[in-house]
Design a protein around this ligand. Structure first.
Ligand code: HEC
Length: 415
């Protein structure tokens, strides 16, 4: 035995050569991916709750090798452009991360892309990786349900936006801690925003608008068209439930009616399709949760030159008391491309949110994994970037379908 044992110093170079060899091989050969081992678990976790029978996008189905390989090139394009899964808040960690994010990690993205480029190898069906579907958040109980009361047939243009006046019949003030949106055709409802009129005059005004507009509800686009009105929820279609940040809620006043504003998407169900929407509200008593509110960070003026690939609007807000920002509901109209929020403290500037894949249909309340702590003296800056190539006239700030907005509704609690 002894004669075969090499002194360790002599053995070292040989070992080094072997390791160097492995290193070279690693660098040269791209990892190879297979459907059953690498791709199916990602699609199951990230896509299939929508892309399967009964999901929001029954087509394309992404549950079998045959289904996926048929749409491989399109899938690669959609994930590279970050159009799928739908999620507009950058989540790589460069600019904070968000609760329950659907953003693909770089590793997931590169696996899907490389697999497609490698000719979509099937791999070994007898040894698949375990699959797990994404579990969507759920508010659980519904204490009060807002019913829009009738089927609504949405069209293109202004008729795709509607405000419904609903009375939650609250005998006392309560805290709204989450909503769940249920529609007879969920594919038609892209966004739900809820407002609370803040005066008897505003409430009378929405009643008048409702009365004078034929059909259920009244026409509205960027606002409920009555002032003052406070934002109390901003939801988008990618998940039925939107629980508000843990342990917090927004106050709803007793006997106040609410406005449920709906943006319809007529593309998937076709013109002429109708749907009726209910909003389940989870309520808590006032003393059970901390009172939050939405505070606006916005560009005061917007003046966008037409015909530009890139044109900006900016705004700023000074912080006057210790505040915790738990979430952000960004708001731009259809020309928006990106929105960034920066926290300026003394000479330092820190990214607070980056919505870099804007999609008009995906506006909602995004909730931070780690809340943002603000101190008096801090400033928040908002920068919105638009593409105005499709327009021939200057664009102003406003709540109309021809106008633009540059606003972040910050979900805050005072410390
Ligand atoms: C929240 C639901 C949802 C999730 C999650 C989702 N999709 Fe989609 N997807 C849709 C909807 C809705 C459409 C149809 C949109 C349209 O046609 O405008 C769609 C369309 C597509 C299309 C077809 C586009 C076309 O033009 O034909 C592809 C491919 C696709 N998604 C891939 C994916 C992949 C891959 C994932 C996961 C990495 C994913 N999607 C996750 C909802 C979703």
């Amino acid at each position: 035995m002894g004669q075969f044992r090499l002194p360790w110093v002599v053995g070292l170079p040989a070992v080094a050569v072997v390791f160097a060899g492995i290193g070279l091989w690693r660098e040269r050969a791209a990892p190879s991916y297979s459907y059953y081992r690498d791709v199916a678990p990602i699609l199951s976790r990230r896509c299939e709750h929508c892309h399967s029978t009964g999901g929001l996008a029954a087509r394309p189905r992404l549950g079998t090798y045959e289904d996926v390989s048929k749409v491989g090139a399109k899938m690669k394009y959609m994930v590279q452009a970050r159009m799928m899964p739908p999620w507009i808040a950058e989540n790589s960690g460069i600019c904070r991360t968000w609760n329950d994010s659907s953003w693909l990690t770089n590793e997931e993205l590169s696996t899907l892309v490389h697999w497609q480029e490698q000719g979509m190898p099937r791999g070994d069906p007898s040894a698949p990786s375990p699959l797990e579907r994404k579990s969507l958040p759920d508010i659980g109980r519904a204490d009060v349900t807002l019913d829009t009361g009738a089927d609504y047939t949405a069209g293109l243009g202004a008729s795709a936006y509607r405000c419904f006046v609903v009375d939650p019949e609250l005998p006392r003030d309560r805290m709204l801690t989450g909503i769940r949106v249920v529609s007879t055709d969920p594919r038609m409802v892209a966004q739900v925003t809820i407002f609370s009129p803040e005066s008897d005059e505003a409430e009378a005004e929405i009643a008048r608008l409702d009365r004078e507009d034929p059909g259920p509800g009244y026409s509205c686009y960027g606002s409920p068209r009555a002032e003052p009105a406070r934002l109390v929820a901003s939801w988008t279609w990618d998940s039925p439930s939107l629980p508000f940040p843990e342990g917090t809620g927004l106050r709803l006043e007793a006997r106040r009616k609410l406005v449920v504003q709906i943006h319809y998407n007529v593309i998937t169900s076709g013109l002429g399709a109708a749907t009726r929407t209910r909003v389940d509200m989870r309520l808590n008593d006032i003393e059970e949760v901390r009172a939050a509110s939405f505070e606006a960070l916005s560009a005061r003026d917007i003046a966008l030159a037409p015909g530009k690939v890139q044109v900006e609007a900016e705004g700023e807000r000074a912080v006057d008391r210790p505040t915790t920002v738990l979430g952000v509901a960004p708001q731009m109209h259809t020309l928006g491309r990106t929105m960034q929020i920066d926290l300026v403290r003394g000479a330092s500037r820190d990214c607070a949110a980056n919505f870099d894949h804007w999609n008009f249909y995906s506006q909602r309340l995004f909730i931070y994994d780690e809340p943002l702590q603000l101190e008096p003296g801090d400033r928040l800056k908002i920068t919105c970037v638009y593409n105005t190539e499709s327009t021939a006239r200057p664009i102003q700030r406003g709540a109309g379908i021809q106008d633009e907005e540059c606003k972040a509704n910050l979900y805050v609690v005072t410390r």
